[in-house]
Design a protein around this ligand. Structure first.
Ligand SMILES: [Zn+2]
Length: 76
């Protein structure tokens, strides 16, 4: 399977995702470009901004990827 998910027109490697916001961004700033988007935090303090569909796809991709990792009990 692919290790990328498409967020904001970028292929993001899902192993770099630290967390995915459960609620849409709201900060009230008139200059904010990301009102209503879902923040996806990456390593090193970077963020990308996902639509709801992209957020849902990213969550599924991370879960699927996690399920493919070997169990600790499989490791010697
Ligand atoms: Zn904002």
């Amino acid at each position: 399977m692919t290790v990328f998910c498409m967020i904001d027109d970028k292929y993001v490697p899902i192993y770099r995702v630290m967390w995915i916001s459960a609620i849409p961004h709201f900060c009230g700033s008139p200059d904010c470009q990301h009102e209503g988007d879902y923040e996806v935090r990456l390593e090193q303090g970077e963020s990308v901004w996902a639509s709801q569909d992209e957020r849902d796809a990213a969550v599924e991709a991370v879960e699927a990827w996690q399920n493919e990792l070997p169990d600790e009990s499989d490791l010697e």
